[in-house]
Design a protein around this ligand. Structure first.
Ligand SMILES: [Zn+2]
Length: 396
């Protein structure tokens, strides 16, 4: 055996080692067309097929792996409040980069972006494509455009309820290859709670080991509990009317729970919440339901000098009655509202999801129903029927 033979064998062995765990450089062949779920009339999606267009120099083609169904999608499905029909919905999506224009090198946080990377999108700033996440440190992004809530155009691949999506220049995109699929589907809703907790922290009242009440244990309240837990806040009481959701709240990190259906009147309920804190009112409360009565009630659970973050009213749920004397002035309660998130919150969310996993919080259990794209009408109906928690469309 001469040195050339040895070199050949070494190369072959190295090749086999690399072949066993190939560095993914190509997303495979890109097909000519993509399916999309197009909402064509109220309560009706049609699966349509469109050509995948040639990419511009700043565009990215993403093969969709999955997308959560949001309350916003359900409102649009039921009533079209944004007047978008026909529209490809789905904004809580994630997938793999399979092709990109020559100008694309990095994501919105400055991380390198390559074919094969897993990504999520955030807001689209078409009027100011130079905007970066760090300019938006204090500004929330409510009102900006997002993929999945765009009017239909001649590209059509505008939402995550599809096989492929074209991310156009001017959109924010994040490389989240270090997160698994379930975590990536939860990024958008979790960012809403990261923002709420950041808002809560501005009061100076929410601290390590505060007594915190979380009212409402849908996906939003449950994520709120998980975030508090990852921050080292353990004295959490969850409040809801569904025993199953309260059980879930404990898995997410709540220490105790109160089922409001077991108590008559606000005095009894307040006593139950204080009892759950060992005889104390809460230092801080998060209101995570869209119920005006729940808003009225929550002040009673908070101690003098305590704080409140209201984040439940993504749509107009009507007026709530409070007694300004007892509820706000005499107690000196500091209240903050919370709405959507900032790009900075998005980056924080990636870290939260890793930390939650590291301390054993079973976030993936929040995704209770999974449907293929062709069953999207059933997926939306399941969401509207209020069964389960997070419903997701998962592509094979
Ligand atoms: Zn959403």
């Amino acid at each position: 055996m001469n040195s050339a033979d040895i070199e050949r064998i070494v190369k072959q062995v190295i090749g086999e080692i690399q072949g066993a765990a190939p560095a993914k450089k190509s997303g495979g062949a890109v097909p000519a067309t993509s399916r999309v779920a197009m909402l064509t009339s109220l309560e009706n999606f049609d699966i349509k097929e469109y050509p995948i267009p040639p990419l511009g120099d700043d565009d990215i083609l993403v093969k969709v792996e999955g997308c959560g169904v949001c309350g916003t999608d359900a409102h649009e499905f039921k009533r079209d409040p944004f007047g978008l029909i026909p529209v490809v919905l789905g904004h809580e999506g994630t997938g793999e980069v399979v092709a990109m224009g020559k100008n694309v090198k990095k994501d919105s946080a400055g991380k390198p972006l390559n074919i094969g990377d897993k990504v999520v999108t955030c807001m689209i700033f078409k009027d100011n494509p130079d905007i970066t996440m760090f300019d938006l440190n204090k500004q929330n992004v409510g009102g900006a455009d997002v993929f999945g809530l765009l009017p239909d155009d001649d590209i059509h691949l505008n939402g995550w309820f599809a096989d492929y999506m074209v991310v156009r220049g001017g959109s924010t995109i994040f490389n989240v290859s270090d997160l698994d699929l379930d975590s990536r589907i939860l990024i958008e809703p979790a960012a809403v709670l990261i923002h709420a907790v950041e808002r809560a922290k501005t009061t100076g009242i929410l601290r390590f080991n505060s007594r915190v009440a979380v009212q409402g244990c849908g996906p939003i309240g449950l994520l709120c509990i998980a975030i508090l837990r990852t921050m080292g806040i353990e004295n959490i009481v969850a409040i809801d009317g569904e025993e199953k959701r309260l059980e879930f709240a404990k898995e997410m990190g709540a220490e105790r729970s109160v089922n409001f259906k077991n108590y008559k009147g606000i005095e009894e309920l307040t006593a139950a919440v204080e009892g759950a804190f060992g005889g104390y009112a809460a230092d801080f409360a998060f209101q995570c339901t869209g119920s005006p009565v729940a808003h009225s009630n929550i002040y009673k659970f908070i101690r003098n000098g305590g704080g409140l973050c209201e984040l439940g009213f993504f749509i107009n749920g009507g007026d709530a009655t409070i007694n300004p004397h007892f509820d706000i002035c005499a107690k000196e309660i500091t209240t903050v509202g919370s709405w959507v998130y900032t790009l900075r919150d998005y980056a924080t969310t990636f870290d939260f999801l890793k930390r939650a996993k590291a301390i054993g919080l079973p976030l993936e259990k929040l995704i209770t129903h999974r449907f293929p794209l062709e069953q999207i009408n059933e997926a939306l109906k399941t969401n509207l029927s209020m069964q389960g928690l997070k419903i997701a469309i998962i592509n094979e």
